[in-house]
Design a binder for this molecule. Sequence first.
Ligand code: NAG
Ligand code: NAG
Ligand code: NAG
Ligand code: NAG
Length: 309
Amino acid sequence: MRGRMPRPLADVAGIVLSLHSIKHTVAPVGIYRGKYEWANENSPVGGDCSLWVRSATLQLDDGQWQCQVTASNYDVQDALSSPPAALAVRVPPQSPRILFNGSHILPGQNITVPAGSRATVVCEARYGNPPAYIEWYLEKERLTAWSQTNASEVERPRVWASRSVLELGATRSAHGRQLACRAHHPSYPAPYYKDSYTMLDVTFAPVVSIVGADTSSLGSLEEGSSSLTLECKADGNPAPYIWWTRNGQVIATNGPKLMLAPVMRNHSDPPRVTWVGPDTVVEANLFSQVTLECKADGNPAPSYQWFHK
Ligand SMILES: *[C@@H]1O[C@H](CO)[C@@H](O)[C@H](O)[C@H]1NC(C)=O
Ligand SMILES: *[C@@H]1O[C@H](CO)[C@@H](O)[C@H](O)[C@H]1NC(C)=O
Ligand SMILES: *[C@@H]1O[C@H](CO)[C@@H](O)[C@H](O)[C@H]1NC(C)=O
Ligand SMILES: *[C@@H]1O[C@H](CO)[C@@H](O)[C@H](O)[C@H]1NC(C)=O
């Protein structure tokens, strides 16, 4: 430390530098060659108490330093103390790691979440000093974390565990996209950050539609010569299993395309009576009026006839 200090007495042992650890315990530091050395011992100006701290270690040197100078004589009140200077011995944290649902996500592993739900994802960068600064990215888009906390490691109190908590709203559009946690630290090699990745696997129920069944293509079919290809579009995650049925009978299980070549009369849905009412037995008074109803499904639309035996 530089400053206007009284010239030290010839007895160098009379000058002490004190180390204040985080716990504010104070220990004087002596001069040891190769560890703590005067920086400008032979300075012509004199009074320069600058100190070399060599081979800095977290355990010995991290903390607040203060230069104290004893009085120039026992009856002179000119003792001095410098303001404290913080010395941070930097330690690179471990690479960041992503946690989901209480377990670490290994490289290449996915996070599976249902669409519409919220997922809590944690990223931690441990054993660093100072604490790492954590950011989140969905592909190139920067996300805002809910919070970052820095806690000193229980078994090594001079280094820090940084934890960032992200509340992620899972949408279908996020499916298959990369989520990255980035820890910044000046002791990492350039560019001074490290990333950890996972891929989002957003599950959603399939939406089903049939392609090729529009009325114009269905209305111009000729039995025995036309062909018809129907495709079942079912977009879902995980990929749905698709099969075709006619009148409840499974007719194809080999994928989303159904080819009817050539089309036959019996490819259409035969009509099926779905409702006869108002009841199976209808009682009515003589000369009163009764309405009977018949409903049926079919393709093409069925025509109706009533029979009386
Ligand atoms: C979390 O893990 C437990 C078992 O470890 C599992 O039963 C549960 O389904 C998981 N929850 C999510 C949202 O993945
Ligand atoms: C944790 O450490 C980072 C990096 O040093 C800092 O940016 C952040 O403000 C700290 N957070 C808290 C809550 O102390
Ligand atoms: C991760 O999800 C993608 C997209 O759904 C999928 O293609 C891939 O097989 C999954 N990987 C693992 C390891 O589950
Ligand atoms: C449809 O009718 C043809 C004869 O016209 C017959 O060979 C075929 O088995 C029938 N298919 C079904 C599913 O009933």
